[in-house]
Design a protein around this ligand. Structure first.
Ligand SMILES: Nc1ncnc2c1ncn2[C@@H]1O[C@H](COP(=O)(O)OP(=O)(O)OP(=O)(O)O)[C@@H](O)[C@H]1O
Ligand SMILES: [Mg+2]
Length: 466
């Protein structure tokens, strides 16, 4: 018996139609025939089906019932409606319910075949998508990239497309914009996902050790090389190597890296034997690498080899719509840190507005840190503007304030800063003196009454310091 890649389930109460379809489809597909909806459902439970072709009006369960059932239990199987010319409206209704397409009787076989191929292709894409999501869940290192920004969304689309290829990728973005996250996504969305994702920060390793880190060394290659060691390129074989801060790569290593890209092989430090490598390269930089090329700090031939696909992540300040989403995400992530043990934490509108008016030089990482810090002391389950650190309050640019509002904001913030300073000051001297007010006054230059006022103002308990 011939085996076919795809199985088509056909449901129709007219024997004649079933026969015609069977004869025309059975030399390309495995065909299962059902006389009504309930029979079709029985087959679905026991067989692997890739496409359902169904009539609408049938005794027992009709085509719409069958469609509903498939939608509920086998979302990945496309359903195509076969319908008589007189009942196109029903077919349209079925389309609204999620049928993939419809074909009119009498059936034109060529047309039917074309539609079937299209539907099967669609089903394949659908399945790949589901599989991808399932697969990603498996990887602990993988985190979803959150965004509502159109430019970011376009960038993620490009990333998904190129992930499937072997093309080298260059990622540019300011510090904390998510370069590493994006690099990991390229890897985990590629066919290499089951193979290693190896990271190396070219800026964090002293230049004299970097070559051996990247390419490994032979025993005795240099003092301290007591045994043979594999480099990152060898470890990343069949997987992906993430070269972070590629702009920091010394010129002589740029030459070696270029050779590796051109020849897919390299030698360990102190070695003569060539080692083949099939590692996909994703590089990242927070400088403008083209400027480094202009300044002759970076070889242009290497630059173009790395930059087959170029992904530039916009800074957070250019995608303010992402801030609320990210804030909520980080609140969820860190809510257990809250000192009051509030079950849920929110953020006030004012605080969110301030966060959206800040410049974010450290981008998403800075935002994550701020939320992590402020959530600890958030009172009554809410992050308010009072809980934000002064560097944010001072530097946030609140747009279009009137003069009065500006003065009010200034006073409020200055007040907050003074309060912070006073509070910390009193606590510090009380800690030094074990909560003794007289001594605290003596070492601080304030008199007892002033110290007592501050203690009262900030509701500090001196016994806490004993
Ligand atoms: N769009 C995003 N959605 C969710 N988390 C994000 C997003 N962008 C960045 N992050 C988080 O922010 C932090 C910083 O991201 P990442 O380390 O990828 O940035 P980077 O550009 O590599 O920074 P650096 O230049 O400092 O190395 C990480 O914890 C990351 O998970
Ligand atoms: Mg990084």
């Amino acid at each position: 018996m011939e085996t076919f890649e795809h199985t088509i389930l056909v449901a129709d109460d007219e024997e004649k139609t079933l026969k015609v379809l069977d004869i025309n489809l059975k030399n390309k597909y495995r065909v299962i025939l059902a006389a009504n909806g309930s029979e079709a459902i029985e087959y679905l439970k026991n067989e692997t089906v890739h496409l359902v072709l169904t009539d609408l009006r049938m005794p027992e369960q009709g085509g719409l019932d069958l469609l509903k059932y498939v939608q509920q239990h086998y979302k990945h199987i496309p359903v195509m409606i076969v319908t008589a010319f007189g009942s196109v409206e029903n077919a349209v209704q079925a389309m609204k319910m999620g049928a993939y397409d419809y074909i009119l009787k009498p059936i034109q076989i060529a047309e039917l075949e074309r539609l079937i191929e299209k539907a099967l292709h669609y089903a394949r894409l659908l399945n790949e998508n589901v599989e991808l999501k399932e697969r990603l869940k498996k990887y602990e290192g993988y985190r979803e990239i959150i965004t509502a920004n159109p430019n970011m969304k376009a960038l993620l689309e490009t990333m998904k497309h190129v992930a499937a290829t072997n093309a080298n990728v260059l990622i540019e973005g300011e510090s904390g914009t998510g370069k590493q996250l994006l690099a990991a996504s390229v890897h985990y969305m590629s066919a290499r996902a089951d193979k290693p994702f190896i990271e190396i920060n070219c800026g964090a390793i002293p230049a004299n050790l970097l070559e051996s880190e990247l390419f490994g060394h032979e025993k005795g290659a240099f003092t301290g090389a007591v045994s043979t060691k594999k480099g990152k390129f060898e470890l990343a074989d069949k997987g992906t190597i993430f070269l972070d801060e590629i702009g920091e790569l010394p010129l002589e290593l740029q030459v070696k890296l270029l050779h590796v890209l051109e020849n897919q092989k390299f030698t360990r430090v102190g070695g003569t034997q060539y080692i083949e490598t099939d590692a996909r390269i994703v590089a990242a930089t927070n400088r403008k690498l083209s400027e480094e090329v202009n300044k002759k700090n970076f070889r242009s031939d290497l630059y173009y080899r790395l930059k087959v696909v170029y992904l530039q992540i916009p800074p957070l300040r250019e995608r303010k719509e992402d801030i609320p989403l990210l804030v909520n995400n980080f609140i969820e992530k860190y809510k257990d840190l809250n000192a009051d043990k509030q079950a849920s934490i929110s953020i006030s509108e004012e605080a969110l507005c301030i966060l959206q008016s800040y410049y974010w030089p450290g981008n998403v990482r800075e935002l994550e840190n701020i939320i992590q810090q402020t959530i600890i002391f958030a009172k009554y389950g809410q992050i308010t503007s009072d809980s934000l650190p002064s560097e944010i309050l001072e530097n946030a640019i609140i747009p279009s304030l009137t003069k009065e509002e500006l003065r009010y904001e200034k006073n409020k913030r200055t007040g907050k800063i003074i309060r912070d300073i006073e509070y910390n000051f009193v606590r510090r001297i009380l800690a030094k003196t074990g909560g003794n007010i007289t001594k605290a006054a003596a070492i601080s230059g304030y008199d007892r009454r002033q110290i007592q006022n501050l203690i009262k103002k900030y509701r500090i308990h001196t016994e806490d310091f004993r």
